[in-house]
Design a binder for this molecule. Sequence first.
Ligand code: HEM
Length: 403
Amino acid sequence: MRQDLSRLVDGTTYRSGNPFDLWRRMRENEPVLWHDAGIFGEFWSVTSFTAVKECLRDPDTFTSSSGTLLRPLSQGHDPGSGKTLALSDAPRHTALRAAVADWFSPRSLRTLTAAVQSAAHATVTDAVAKSQVDFVVDIAAKVPLEVVWTLLDVPTADRAELTGWSMDAFCAGTASERSIAHLEILDYFSVLAEKRRSRPGNDLVSVLATAEFEDTRLPLDEVVLNCDNLLVGGTENVRLAMSGGMQALLERPEQWALLRDDFDRVIPTAVDEILRWTSSATHLVRTAQRDTEIGGRRISAGDRVVLWLTAANRDPVEFAAPDTFDVTRSPNHHLALGAGPHYCIGVQLAKLEIRAVLRELTSQVRRASPDGPAERLESIVVNGLRSLPVRLDAATKACQRRT
Ligand code: HEM
């Protein structure tokens, strides 16, 4: 098994879509395993549900400030380390989270519901009119981007250009298009953050640009890094979960039928099963701040632990028949959204978006079928599809469920 471990940090493993056998063997034999992953350095790989959850819930021992993703050692620390919500610890993390929390509260979500539903309706209607589409690009990428533009109150006139850059940066672009587009986005956010600092509005950029921590405002570069985090967290993961969920449903017509025929009853468990099944955030990194122990292994201060969420979400100790996709699964306490103080702040928004798109699809589409081979991303950070060609046959007006 040890020689197989290099596959864990090789993007082609995820492109082929089959890292599960390796994770299963790690979980069964050494769920907390020390190894040297070449350019990524040495770390502990943690694959069991219990151990992953324990680490996530213990920020006093396992810090997020030194970075939460595996990066080649030569790249040094993540530029957001210690500065963004995801990459900070208490007390800074607590203060940052409190500043933005209101935007993810049930009250704010009620206001956002109309925007989410209208984005889902328009996007699915366009896709059904085309009939043959790439589900990733034409549906799953578009809805979360529209929603994030609403949260950040990006002026309508700028949205098409920003959507284009985001598609290049996170979805469809080549490596050089990706980095150029990402720089364009960061530049755009710098200008927007400066404007909102002098003339705040009612949006998340204004909240970040004007919030005070220990009587000082966040430097503008930190406002920009936090906006970027929201964009990446709020769009990439939703896109990957939606498209992976759609693929699972296409491959299992009986699950699609269960959802379509009893939508309101099945949708809550279906969304959680899609999140567990897709586990779009492949791993999270933490760094031990003191000597400790996980699963009987001694961890030294300074050691990195890599928590493989995708592996934990298929642990048979926690999930019955973990390799079965079951839209009625309950209970389903998966870790796709993390756990502990950094638990995904966008959880309800993500669920709302997935639900809205599935509602439109099960209502507007009579038959959905694969229309060519799906392609997976070559990434060790996010797990999922690069493209999913589908054919959507419209339901007749008489058959459409009222949404
Ligand atoms: C399917 C959708 C999503 C998945 C799978 C997902 C996954 C995650 C995970 C695993 C974490 C924990 C990170 C850690 O512990 O280091 C997280 C945190 C976070 N997510 Fe999400 N996320 C999703 C949707 C969203 C949305 C829609 C937004 C906002 C628009 C969002 C914003 C954030 C932010 C800001 C954090 C950092 C929270 C903190 O550190 O306190 N996410 N997400």
